[in-house]
Design a protein around this ligand. Sequence first.
Ligand code: NAP
Length: 309
Amino acid sequence: MAKSKLPDELMFLENRRAIQKTTTASMAGKVCVVSGSTSGVGLEAVRRLARGSANIVMVGRNPEKAEKIRKELVEQYHIPVAIVIADFSNLESVRKAADILLKDCPRIDVLINSVGLHSTTRTITKDGFESVFCVNHLGPFLLTSLLIERMRQSAPSRIIQVNSEGHRFGGLNVNDLNWEHRRYTGLQGYGASKTAQLLTVWEFADRLQGSGVTINAMHPGDVKTNIGNNNGPLYRWFLHHVTWHLLKDPVISGEALYYLAAAPEMAEVSSRFFHLTIDEKPAAPALNRETGRRVWDMSRQLTRLKSDP
Ligand SMILES: NC(=O)c1ccc[n+]([C@@H]2O[C@H](COP(=O)([O-])OP(=O)(O)OC[C@H]3O[C@@H](n4cnc5c(N)ncnc54)[C@H](OP(=O)(O)O)[C@@H]3O)[C@@H](O)[C@H]2O)c1
């Protein structure tokens, strides 16, 4: 194949058109915990995992929505599906969910964090965090940290953080994680949260070396989901009348997540960023390990983690 002429920063343009990898490997008997599984990318991931015969644990904030999906999966695939309730804008709620997961799941083979939020306005959680930063980064960081020992005990096991090409929007200012001293914009806030998450993926991976637990991040494609529907009428009009036509079916996201979770050739691959299933170099701010160590320490402090995961 001819070598691409595009610079690393633009490779996502090529990767979004590339033929993606798939696997027919079975996930029978594997316990897969998926946050954000009541909609969009996470929903397609649990559907695909169920088709691969996995045991599913859905982590979501809306019990009615989750119950409807649980029924659909059980009726169609005859696999065990459990629901654990967690609001990722409330770290106490994430802690409670982790306690339940540790009590109810003697093993966890796969953890996928697909929970996510995009907001054009700056809002603050009850704990005082900028909401997008909390839902996209602090909440999944806390859940991953609290489950990591169980993942070690369950090795070989895999963690996948659903990240975004949006991490390329503007980097991260570690001196103003809460956007108190700058004008907040939706794209930059979203990009900062995803940059923070990527930086901690490399930190997790270092700590997991030799444990049999892998951790990777991925961009789930540009797909038709509910993300952004919490924003104002103008944003929603633009999303559904303009952007919508450029977006794909989120089935591709579920298929890519299944590949990353199940493919035998992914068993030892860790600390990478994938555009769907294609290994891709993230933007420079997401590769700055010095910033990464600061973000790691700050994330630990903000989530009140007692010990280093
Ligand atoms: N769609 C894309 O093209 C795209 C592109 C790049 C990256 N992503 C990433 O993909 C992931 C999934 O997003 P999506 O596109 O599938 O959007 P989505 O359809 O809105 O799904 C988001 C999921 O996160 C859950 N969620 C949101 N806030 C929550 C909270 N406070 N507590 C608990 N759960 C919460 C939602 O729950 P409810 O069902 O209760 O609302 C839903 O299950 C996100 O990380 C997003 O950044 C998506």
